[in-house]
Design a binder for this molecule. Structure first.
Ligand SMILES: [Zn+2]
Length: 295
């Protein structure tokens, strides 16, 4: 069994990031598996090296150890090789549609707008995918994916219709999340993926990408999220409770205990006492008043 915690380093670590790390680590250690830390730093327009350094420090502070650390930006050759294979199979096409073209259309399961596969069939230029200056998409098979994750969440979809063909390389040359995650999980020998429920709607798309590339599909489990009040709605927790604030207020053990209790576990949870059955099924709200409160 080999699992990974794969945060994007596009901001300061926050309680939601750390909660996810704790769950991945407890699960892997309980099962005697290996745990990989993968720093997802491909989006060079949003990533800062300082945030990778801080994240590593935050995990040490919580007492979470990793058997391996992978920096995603070091894996460009593997990502390009996957694009070469998809291009050779005739699955890649340039897409010049803008976000505005999709707006007002059909809603996708992730809450965004579905892509109607408008540019399917557009050939690659003579220079191949490397010469494309538009977004590059992969044509998915139009098949239905039946999938229920380890927590019982039904992720079944017909991704090519429900979401639309995914972007695998952005027009600015950045390898897109959907491709990088599939290639890196496969090359890393990842057997189990534990991650936040916000990514659940992408899972069926990733399964089809795995099939196109001849990779096995790992076992998935998606956990609850920490949300924050955002106007009169709740949004995924982001930068409002940064790690620097948490560190100034709590010791690593205190913060770990707070996160453990938020996850339905005893404050001194260990891999031996961790129990998925006690992890809440529903998202929770995190607030900072005179300290971290998770309701
Ligand atoms: Zn298009």
């Amino acid at each position: 069994m080999k699992s990974r915690f794969a945060p994007s380093t596009t901001g300061e670590a926050h309680p939601g990031t750390l909660l996810s790390a704790l769950l991945v680590w407890l699960d892997a250690r309980q099962r005697g598996g290996r745990a990989v830390l993968r720093l997802e730093d491909l989006d060079r327009t949003r990533v800062k090296p300082a945030w990778s350094t801080e994240l590593v420090a935050a995990l040490e502070y919580l007492g979470l150890d990793w058997d391996e650390t992978v920096v995603q930006s070091g894996r460009a050759a593997a990502h390009e090789a996957a694009l070469d294979r998809l291009a050779a199979a005739g699955q890649l096409y340039p897409c010049t549609c803008s976000r505005a073209d999709r707006a007002g259309g059909r809603r996708a399961p992730d809450g965004g707008w579905a892509y109607e596969n408008t540019c399917r069939g557009t050939p690659l230029p003579p220079g191949g995918w490397r010469a494309v200056t538009a977004n590059l998409r992969v044509q998915l098979p139009d098949e239905h994916v039946t999938l229920v994750d380890a927590g019982g969440l039904d992720l079944s979809q017909t991704p090519a219709r429900d979401m639309g063909d995914p972007i695998v390389r952005r027009r600015d040359g950045v390898i897109a999340y959907q491709l990088a995650v599939v290639v890196d999980d496969a090359d890393g020998g990842i057997t189990d993926v534990v991650r936040g429920r916000d990514i659940a709607p992408s899972t069926a798309t990733q399964v089809l990408l795995q099939r196109l590339l001849g990779y096995p599909t790992p076992t998935y489990r998606h956990h609850f999220l920490l949300l924050e009040p955002h106007g009169d709605k709740l949004a995924k927790l982001h930068g409002s409770i940064p790690f620097s604030t948490l560190r100034a207020r709590y010791t690593g053990d205190e913060l770990r205990a707070l996160l453990a209790v938020a996850a339905g576990q005893p404050p001194d949870v260990t891999p031996a006492t961790f129990d998925w059955a006690r992890v809440p099924a529903h998202d929770r709200v995190a607030r900072w008043t005179d300290g971290l409160a998770i309701e």
